[in-house]
Design a protein around this ligand. Structure first.
Ligand code: GRF
Length: 208
């Protein structure tokens, strides 16, 4: 069988980029066959851009303020991803709704990670919303992005039990620790060609 080449990823970040770092680290330790070709942020001071530079990846700031409307802004993001010839787009703490300009250029090739068990607790505060609601079980979801925020076919989920002793802070730590394992592991499934979309559902093919 011909050997697969590593995937090329374009990662979108708005903030600290700890998930980006987990992906970079997984590449370095050999557990992920995927290179981060470009990191794009809507925020000039996102620490994720600095992480990209330190890892030798291209770091690009695309400012919403420099574009007349959301469509032009999203077209600029798409153009940067296309120029870097990425196979998949990885949203890692990207805090804007991704426009159809990007989604149409990368159909079923845009991933998002959400810190709750979707479809429960979508939105910007998934961890806190689950904690305040009082559910006993929450978790982490990796899914293909669609035009609706935190929607789209689910690829992987890991549950996290909320214990009586948990505070919001301890729950956040547990969720982030799982994210940093689950995102690279899910990307590796894509790198191995083991992710099959069947309608709304995603099936994971057995490994060789
Ligand atoms: C993560 O909790 C992710 O699930 C959510 O935003 C956060 C990003 O954190 N979408 P980081 O920037 O990767 O540290």
């Amino acid at each position: 069988m011909p050997e697969r080449r590593p995937l090329k990823l374009g990662v979108l970040v708005s903030g600290s980029g700890t998930n980006l770092q987990a992906i970079i680290d997984a590449r370095a330790d050999g557990s992920l066959d995927a290179d981060v070709a470009v990191v794009i942020s809507d925020k000039a001071d996102a620490y994720g851009l600095e992480r990209a530079r330190q890892a030798g990846s291209l770091a690009v700031h695309v400012s919403r303020a420099d574009h007349t409307d959301a469509s032009a802004f999203n077209a600029a993001i798409r153009d940067a991803l296309v120029a870097a010839e990425v196979d998949f787009v990885v949203m890692a703490g990207y805090m804007r709704l991704l426009g159809r300009e990007v989604l149409a250029a990368f159909p079923m090739r845009v991933l998002n990670i959400h810190p709750a068990l979707l479809p429960s607790f979508p939105g910007a505060h998934g961890i806190g919303d689950a904690f305040v609601y009082g559910v006993k079980l929450t978790g982490v979801t990796v899914h293909f992005a669609s035009e609706v925020f935190d929607e789209g076919p689910i690829i992987a989920q890991v549950p996290v039990r909320i214990e009586e002793s948990d505070t919001l802070e301890t729950l956040e730590s547990k969720i982030h620790a799982i994210e940093h394992v689950l995102y690279p592991a899910t990307l590796q499934l894509l790198a191995e060609g083991r992710v099959r979309i069947e309608g709304r559902a995603v099936r994971i093919l057995p490994g060789g």
